[in-house]
Design a binder for this molecule. Structure first.
Ligand code: NA7
Length: 495
């Protein structure tokens, strides 16, 4: 079989893939292809389009630092604006011509003889590339729950990642399974017109008010004419989020959870002001510490439960029948539509998102499971030369994906520039550097909410199946960027 040749392959055309493409171009590498399984770019912001979809980080912060957007309509912009932003940035840097849509990567294997990756593309000829960059995101593999009888349901069944834009919930009897960030956005929208909406909650979620407002024409004009004004606002929202993650998550122990207690008090007051029914408030109250799992921001979620057409079911699901859901309390709820707001298979299907076989036949997924989930600076793994995993263990800086991108682009810059300087064609992180990084991350997590807090009942995707809180990189954004710009070059073997 013939094989196509590229200098680099990027898997995924979401914000991470677009960022990696921009960085490669800055480094003078144009011979690369982005393989994307969907038929458009934008990743999660293309796939998700359920009613109520919005970013849950201020948009001033949720954007590439080098590409501020003066046109955001509000502080927490709706999904379609974020998708539009992805289109605009990609077009500006001439990224789309590198993208191959409807292309699913099945796996990749390192070939020691030619020092390159063989990439298997479903139904197409394989690709050979010197560098492999997986930009597959953290939440990209939808989770369909394995509830008894789910296949027998005869009504409409939809996962939130596959929303049908023509679906009209008016007059429908709807069940929503799940109460994560997606459900918190969707439920108030469905509640407006559904005849009956039953929310099946397994684990209550912390919800705090959202300080959201529109950016009027004057604000937009000011951002466009005086970009420093938007930078200033970004600095403010960046700082607030940085402090939240630092005090509430990373240094939970040092602050004895005081920030988390204050945040849960805020959520409690919010519930108290909105919901008069004491028992309902109790049922909506989480029994784990604020911060163990991603908290949500909403002014409409609790409100929705005060409507007469909205019901909370927290007894658990026994089974699904052809026309409804039977709870563990024996009560059956008849429904027309079943909405699965059940999130994503993060650890099971995303670490890694494709099969990756490195040097000496090492299988990345197996190795992570047999040892621990680990990656140097959140991107590199020993035995996997010329490979960067942008959604790796300990990569995510918490809350804002763009800060993560920022340091990863810096790291690419330093690494590839040094390769060029030395005329090298292969890089591989050393086992020592990787082990040292893992030890450091483990130690830093020692005083985090995940270690010190009460997270047992949170069902949080921040924890890997073996119990390590291996998703989050427990350093500040500033530290991550500084390390990406200054890491010892001896941490990599270049040849
Ligand atoms: P999440 O946050 O993973 O939430 C998924 C929800 O679905 C959560 O409440 C789960 O309950 C629930 N779930 C999953 N499987 C089941 C079964 N079998 N039965 C009952 N309930 C179930 O995904 P989202 O899409 O809401 O949000 C993802 C991210 O998008 C979010 O963190 C933001 O970063 C943006 P559980 O809590 O596991 O008990």
């Amino acid at each position: 079989m013939t094989t196509e040749l590229f200098e680099a392959v990027i898997v995924g055309a979401g914000f991470a893939g677009i960022g990696a493409a921009i960085q490669l171009k800055r480094l003078g590498i144009e011979d690369f292809v982005i393989l994307e399984r969907e038929d458009d770019l934008g990743g999660t912001w293309y796939v998700n389009h359920y009613p109520g979809l919005a970013v849950d980080v201020p948009t001033t912060t949720y954007s590439y630092y080098f590409e501020p957007n003066p046109n955001w309509s509000r502080m927490f912009s709706p999904g379609e604006e974020i998708k539009q932003y992805a289109d605009t940035v990609a077009a500006k840097y001439d990224v789309p011509r590198h993208i191959r849509y409807n292309t699913t990567v099945d796996g990749a294997r390192w070939d020691e003889d030619i020092s390159a990756w063989h990439i298997d593309v479903r139904g197409e000829q394989p690709i050979t590339a010197r560098y492999l960059i997986t930009a597959t995101g953290f939440l990209s593999q939808p989770h369909t729950p394995d509830i008894p009888g789910i296949d027998t349901f005869e009504g409409r069944i939809v996962h939130t990642t596959q929303w049908d834009a023509d679906y009209d919930p008016a007059g429908e009897r709807i069940a929503v399974i799940g109460t994560g960030a997606t459900a918190v956005q969707l439920i108030p929208e469905l509640a407006k017109t559904a005849a009956d909406l039953t929310v099946f909650q397994r684990t209550a979620i912390w919800v705090v008010p959202k300080i959201d407002f529109r950016f009027g024409p004057l604000a937009k004009k000011t951002f466009a004419r005086f970009p420093w004004t938007q930078r200033l606002l970004r600095w403010l929202t960046d700082s607030i989020y940085e402090v939240m993650v630092s005090v509430g998550v990373r240094h939970y122990g040092m602050f004895r959870g005081r920030f988390n207690i204050a945040a849960s008090d805020l959520s409690k007051i919010h519930r108290f002001l909105v919901i008069r029914d004491k028992e309902l408030r109790r049922r909506l109250t989480p029994d784990y510490d604020f911060g163990c799992k991603r908290p949500t921001f909403s002014n409409g979620y609790y409100q929705a439960f005060t409507r007469s057409n909205v019901h909370l079911q927290d007894a658990g699901i026994a089974r699904i029948e052809n026309d409804g859901i039977v709870g563990n309390d024996g009560i059956k709820v008849g429904i027309d539509t079943l909405v699965l707001a059940t999130g994503f298979d993060l650890w099971e299907a995303n670490f890694p998102a494709i099969e990756v076989i490195g040097r000496e036949g090492r299988n990345l997924g197996k190795w992570w499971r047999e040892t621990r989930f680990q990656s140097y600076q959140g991107v590199s793994v020993p035995y996997f030369p010329n490979f960067l995993s942008l959604a790796g263990p300990y990569a995510f800086l918490g809350l804002n994906f763009f800060n993560t991108m920022e340091y990863q682009m810096q790291l690419m810059d330093r690494l590839f520039s040094e390769m060029k300087r030395r005329n090298a064609t292969t890089f591989e992180v050393t086992e020592e550097a990787n082990a040292e990084f893992l030890d450091r991350m483990t130690e830093l997590l020692g005083e985090s909410v995940f270690t010190v807090g009460n997270c047992a009942s949170a069902n949080s995707y921040y924890f890997s199946p073996n119990g390590d809180p291996a998703l989050l990189r427990p350093t500040s954004t500033e530290t991550a960027i500084r390390e990406a710009m200054n890491f010892p070059l001896s941490d990599y073997r270049l040849s």
